[in-house]
Design a protein around this ligand. Structure first.
Ligand SMILES: [Zn+2]
Length: 264
């Protein structure tokens, strides 16, 4: 038995070596990445193209303006070039009443119409987009897809599964984007992913010229509003006391990187 255990460890060890143990910018956490950023980006582009968008919604310009500043701020911590240049990002107001927002690898940002009642000011939108762009920079989707594929098809089949995205593995990919809810599966990002996205997001919004104090206020307000009727974003982003306390801990670090707001 111990022999088998050892060879399994050796196998998993070589798998990690072959597929890549990477490091998250700023926090320095090590992570297992078995699907490339470009694979994830191409899957994301396919999903994004299918979404119902509102190109004439007057708030699209606000999402684009705030989003571009966040992207530019985040690209200062992107040694591996995971975030496309600002002019390659696509922004959309999504025709969906549930309060949700996302950023996808490859440079797609979506903001549901149902999110505006909870976040309408530039600062509020910067809280959400800072957090979502941080998920992209930290390759949380790749990491989640890797984990989901491992669970679903097993280590030996992951390589095949990433080459040939079958219906069977599609769920794993969508789960990785945090879009599982659209398929009726709510799978929250792990606590470590959420903390990382909060931490980096706070820094990015501050760098971009927004007020990081808006972050704990947003989560408190959102938490109170969703107490009666938990919206999707809240179900996958629990705003507990830990989250709000951590944001306060990182506040000074974020403010130290602030600069006057850029001209639109
Ligand atoms: Zn999140």
């Amino acid at each position: 038995m111990p022999k088998l255990k050892l060879s399994l460890q050796l196998f998993l060890g070589s798998l990690v070596f072959l597929t890549g143990c990477e490091t998250v910018p700023v926090t320095g956490r090590s992570q297992l990445i078995m699907v490339s950023n470009s694979q994830v980006a191409s899957m994301a582009a396919g999903e994004f193209s299918k979404m119902s968008k509102l190109p004439n919604d007057p708030r699209l310009e606000q999402i684009r303006r705030v989003g571009l500043k966040i992207v530019m701020a985040a690209r200062r911590d992107d040694p591996h070039g995971l975030l496309p240049p600002a002019n390659q990002w696509e922004f959309a107001v999504i025709n969906d009443k549930s309060p949700n927002a996302f950023a996808m690898p490859g440079g797609k940002i979506g903001f549901n119409v149902g999110m505006f009642p909870y976040a309408s000011t530039d600062d509020d939108i910067a809280v959400i987009l800072g957090h979502e762009v941080a998920h992209v920079l930290s390759q949380h989707s790749s990491e989640r897809i890797s984990q989901a594929l491992l669970m679903q098809v097993g280590a030996v089949a992951v390589d095949e599964a990433t080459k040939n995205q079958s219906a069977r593995t599609r769920q794993a990919w969508l789960t990785g984007f945090g879009l599982g809810a659209q398929l009726g599966v709510l799978l929250p990002f792990s606590r470590s992913h959420e903390s990382e996205a909060d931490h980096l997001g706070l820094i990015f919004m501050s760098r971009a010229g927004y007020h990081p104090e808006a972050a704990p206020l947003f989560w408190q307000r959102f938490s109170a509003a969703s107490a009666t009727k938990p919206p999707e974003f809240f179900s996958t982003h629990p705003a507990d006391e830990t989250r709000i306390r951590q944001l306060q801990v990182w506040m000074n670090e974020a403010k130290a990187q602030s600069k006057p707001a850029l001209k639109p």
